[in-house]
Design a protein around this ligand. Structure first.
Ligand SMILES: Cc1cc2nc3c(=O)[nH]c(=O)nc-3n(C[C@H](O)[C@H](O)[C@H](O)COP(=O)(O)OP(=O)(O)OC[C@H]3O[C@@H](n4cnc5c(N)ncnc54)[C@H](O)[C@@H]3O)c2cc1C
Length: 545
């Protein structure tokens, strides 16, 4: 926020070589790739960064085992290799996760096919020998995961994936792009496209904070609007043969003690689909659904029907577990921006990405996965560079994102993350905070945790837990461009999904700090509070405060 006026004035006055519309993982990845090649890059996002699909995924950086079933070998191989690169560049945020796939009577995979499938999966994804899949007997499976249904269980596959926080991955990419010289602005929607002759030459966007419209000039424009890609393509009438096919996926979050799984589990459900249960901190989350969506993209909600489907799925796999809608602490619903394939159902449509070039030069990218964001960015920027060279002979460097760490002061390996977490744990213990907080802080903020802990001194009058959350807020205000309490609780800290109790407990203190910092009027404070309350009631199925 401190630099917002300068950014807005640069946006208006500069001639940009590349303007990206959309600040989800796709746009953020393109911004980093382009800026690191020396391309003068700006990015505008209509709400907060990652407020679209990029905070609503299953939060796995995965090779896509189910695409193997659809025989998409190239896709599995590419995303498999990519997950190792993202892990290397942000090991605190992209964390190895063992996944258990139970084999059940009449299930999707038999013992032989899953053993072979998982082996091929490991090979395609270039998994290290020591991390490759193990096939477990029924007894071995029950020993490590006693909640599974003994009467239908045949055994399991135990294999490697990675988990992440999608919104934090996006914000770290945005920050990395800014360090390379890109200018990125949230709360700045594109209202229309501008043309010079036949060719696209810029956009008009609106600063949501001041209400001012801003004309922006750019040589090339990339539309990375995820589910909104076709909204932008409608602005220049460029939807021809290929169009988006939107499907909704929801996740529900329960207190861990309600579904105390020890591992992430990828299991069959009676309708032939497969879903995940993933333990995270004090919770377990379950997802996802896959249903066609034609509703409002700005109001995507978890319905009772969606939530009940996931509860039923859990009941059929974990017989001792009795859940009701009332147990749901939080939830999220997102839209997959897939590319329509005639005659294919929601679950059958390929997750491949594709680039569309319009006659006026607008480049749109859609489809794909969080996991493959770097490669998608490389393909898009390669195309921009090619077009640039053709248009005026300008040369830009090759893609180097494979080697760019996502945080300024990175942790370089899993071992370093472990050691660092130990030191943070000691510091937090000394302040009276439990082990949970070190895990939470380091997974979200990496080495930036030290700075946050140092800010706790500013809130000495508060108890330790409150001073930590207020220190996080100070960090996010200074470093991460937040404008609302929802930005903070949802996309910077994940607390809205994984620690709703802390949101209930500290929301007034946080909104008070935001109001002080931004000199909000009482009306602005109440508007922010109302927005957060509305969001909280939309993700919850009970009102137990
Ligand atoms: C339920 C579900 C589970 C998934 N699980 C996984 C997973 O575990 N692993 C994985 O790899 N992938 C997963 N995916 C896929 C992945 O989440 C998406 O492919 C990815 O997040 C899409 O990112 P994006 O940047 O293209 O779109 P978005 O994140 O939606 O970003 C587009 C942005 O454009 C902005 N925008 C729209 N219109 C305008 C405008 N006029 N002006 C400015 N900005 C605008 C939006 O506000 C939005 O922030 C999942 C998807 C879903 C729905």
């Amino acid at each position: 926020m401190k630099t917002r006026p300068e950014k807005l004035s640069a946006l208006r006055s500069e001639q940009w070589e590349l303007l990206i519309i959309g600040g989800g993982i796709t746009g953020a990845g393109i911004a980093l790739d382009a800026a690191s090649r020396g391309i003068k890059t700006a990015l505008v996002e209509k709400n907060d960064f990652a407020s679209g699909t990029s905070s609503k995924s299953t939060k796995l950086v995965h090779g896509g085992l189910r695409y193997l079933k659809q025989l998409e070998f190239a896709l599995v191989s590419e995303v498999g290799r990519e997950r190792a690169i993202v892990h290397k560049n942000a090991p605190h945020l992209v964390i190895p996760e063992k996944m258990l796939m139970p084999l059940i009577k009449g299930g999707t995979y038999g013992r032989l096919s899953s053993s072979l499938g998982l082996e091929v999966y490991d090979i395609l994804a270039n998994v290290r020998k020591q991390d490759r899949r193990h096939m477990l007997s029924k007894e071995e499976t029950l020993e490590i995961e006693p909640l599974l249904n003994e009467s239908t269980l045949l055994g399991s596959g135990y294999y490697s994936e990675y988990r992440t926080d999608d919104a934090r991955l996006t914000i770290e990419l945005i920050k990395a792009a800014q360090r390379k010289g890109a200018v990125c602005l949230n709360y700045c929607p594109v209202l229309s496209l501008s043309h010079h002759g036949e060719m696209i030459s810029g956009v008009v966007c609106k600063d949501q904070i001041s209400g001012t419209e801003i004309p922006v000039n750019a040589k090339f424009i990339v539309n990375a609007c995820g589910p909104w890609v076709d909204h932008i393509r409608k602005m220049n009438n460029s939807i021809s043969k290929k169009r988006l096919h939107l499907t909704k996926g929801v996740h529900i979050v329960l207190p861990h003690e309600k579904l105390p799984v020890r591992h992430s589990i990828y299991f069959d459900v009676p309708d032939g689909r497969m879903i995940f249960t993933i333990p995270r901190g004090r919770t377990t989350y379950i997802g996802t659904t896959d249903t066609n969506y034609t509703g409002d993209l700005d109001q995507v909600l978890t319905t009772t029907e969606d939530a009940q489907y996931l509860i039923n799925a859990v009941s059929s796999t974990f017989p001792g577990i009795n859940l009701s809608l009332n147990d749901i602490e939080s939830s999220w619903a997102g839209i997959r921006p897939l590319i329509h394939q005639e005659g294919k159902s929601a679950s059958e449509i390929s997750r491949k990405d594709e680039i569309f070039e319009a006659p006026d030069g607008l480049i749109s990218i859609a489809g794909g996965k969080l996991t493959g964001y770097r490669k998608m960015a490389q393909k898009t920027v390669d195309l921009v560079v090619k077009r640039y060279e053709k248009a005026d002979g300008a040369k830009f460097g090759p893609c180097t994102t494979r080697h760019i760490p996502l945080t300024e002061d990175p942790l370089w390996s899993e071992e370093e993350v472990g050691y660092y977490k130990g030191t943070i744990n000691q510091k937090l213990h000394a302040l009276g905070l439990s082990d949970y907080f070190a895990g939470y802080l380091v997974a979200n903020f990496g080495k930036q945790s030290d700075l946050i802990i140092s800010y706790m001194d500013c809130f000495k009058d508060s108890l330790a837990e409150e001073s930590l959350i207020r220190a996080e807020l100070k960090f996010c205000i200074d470093e991460e461009m937040i404008c609302t309490s929802d930005d903070f609780f949802d996309r910077r800290t994940g607390r809205l999904s994984f620690d709703i109790v802390s949101v209930i407990r500290y929301k007034d203190a946080i909104i008070g700090d935001l109001a002080n910092h931004f000199h909000w009027t009482q009306e602005q404070l109440l508007a922010d509070k109302e927005l957060l309350e509305k969001k909280m009631s939309s993700v919850r199925f009970n009102d137990a405060d």
